[in-house]
Ligand binder design. Structure first.
Ligand code: COS
Length: 384
């Protein structure tokens, strides 16, 4: 399939693919088993100038957008969805600054992220605020030239490892969705500490933990956008990063398909390779169809977003739902084709099936995505 990538996009994809094949694939099982954070891989990405693919060249990036970020995430995830998340989670933490940062904030934070010297994270979720993002309890109270943050954020990707956190907190509970604000919080700020690293089913190479704010004083210049804009900052960020989750899912599905196809050609039963049996052939064909359809949707959605079109929530949600459901189906079928070997930890598809599951859950469950899609469809039809 010709995806009509520009020369630069092709180069980005190939660079990421090389890192995936040469540096990530050989260590993916070990990093998963040990829950090892991939600092070394970030260094390879930085050396190849990939950390800032989605950051303006004015701030040291390559000047790409959501599409370039997705291309890198897809390729890295083909080898390991967990390792890829150190990069993708940084994107999630960085987009609020790209979209809403002042020139001063961008100059202060983006160059180090683009150079791979600093990682970022996004802190919205709390124990009682998952799908209901407006249910957050963390507060930010103005006090002179500071805001004072109190509360606990849960399941924060890159938590403890990142240097820069974009945090959504409540500044006025009476104002509903208009009562939240977004802040940049630097690691090392007194009053910010980290909970234990979570022990997860999949994406185990990524770091996930609580952020605990206890009278954490943030200078007022670290407010993103205006007071009361926090919910919009979060929603507009997620509209641009959900295609990144879709790309992660797409990469995981591709990795599982490649393993299953290779195995099906090598594995002999009843005196012939199992790839000669129609039952297996049809499974492989269905997996390939779903992956191709997901890739077309993800790439087109990213192009749509990067074109500057305003209404992108529905498309971003569709890409995330379709690609993540595809990843779950394809990885499950890959395990099935590989049978007992597929179920063993020494082969990669068992891990891919575990990694795929989270893509249906985080950055908004697929049930929430379907709500977003349906509400947009109804809104659009009322406008017509
Ligand atoms: N872009 C811009 N504005 C948006 C928006 C978007 N994508 N989505 C919502 N808004 C605005 C709405 O227009 C509304 O503005 P007004 O107050 O001016 O009317 C405001 O935000 C509140 O929107 P809404 O009433 O739809 O909010 P809800 O509380 O019903 O929540 C969902 C909406 C469910 C879509 C939201 O809570 C959500 O995305 N939940 C999932 C959260 C998530 O992804 N969590 C994962 C954590 S990050 S890893």
């Amino acid at each position: 399939m010709n995806y009509f990538l520009t020369e630069e996009q092709q180069m980005i994809k190939e660079l990421a693919a090389r890192i995936a094949d040469e540096k990530i694939a050989p260590v993916a099982i070990e990093y998963d088993r040990e829950g090892k954070f991939p600092r070394d891989i970030i260094k390879y990405l930085a050396d190849s100038d990939l950390c800032g693919v989605y950051i303006d060249d004015k701030y040291g990036g390559l000047g790409g957008g959501v599409f370039e970020m997705a291309l890198v995430v897809e390729e890295l995830s083909r080898a390991c969805g967990g390792i890829a998340l150190a990069f993708a989670g940084t994107g999630l933490g960085t987009f609020p600054i790209i979209l809403f940062g002042t020139e001063e904030q961008k100059n202060k934070y983006l160059p180090d992220i683009a150079a791979g010297k600093k990682l970022a994270a996004f802190a919205l979720t709390e124990a009682d605020a998952g799908s209901d993002a407006a249910g957050i309890r963390t507060t930010a109270v103005a006090d002179g030239d500071y805001y004072v943050l109190n509360g606990t954020k849960q399941w924060i990707t890159n938590g403890g490892e990142a240097d820069i956190y974009t945090v959504i907190a409540c500044t006025n509970r009476e104002k509903g969705a208009r009562g939240f604000s977004a802040f940049i919080v630097e690691k090392g700020t007194p009053g910010l500490s980290f909970g234990k690293k979570e022990d997860k089913m999949g994406i185990r190479a990524s770091a996930t933990c609580e952020l605990i704010f206890e009278n954490c004083r943030i200078p007022k210049e670290n407010l993103l956008a205006r007071e009361g804009m926090g919910f919009i900052v979060a929603m507009k960020t997620l509209d641009r990063t959900r295609p990144g989750v879709a790309a992660q899912a797409l990469g995981i599905a591709t990795g599982a398909f490649n393993s299953a196809l290779k195995y099906a050609k090598e594995r002999e039963q009843f005196g012939q390779p199992i790839s000669s049996f129609q039952a297996v052939q049809h499974m492989l064909a269905d997996m390939a169809i779903q992956i191709e359809a997901a890739r077309c949707l993800v790439y087109q959605t990213c192009r749509h977003i990067d074109s500057g079109t305003k209404n992108i929530s529905k498309e971003a949600a569709m890409a995330k739902v379709f690609a993540s459901d595809t990843a779950m189906k394809v990885t499950t079928d890959a395990v099935q084709i590989m049978g007992g070997y597929g179920y063993m930890k020494e082969y990669p598809v068992e891990k891919m099936m575990r990694d795929a599951k989270i893509t249906q859950i985080y950055e908004g469950t697929n049930q929430i995505q379907r709500n977003v899609i349906a509400l947009e469809l109804i809104k659009e039809s009322t406008r017509e």
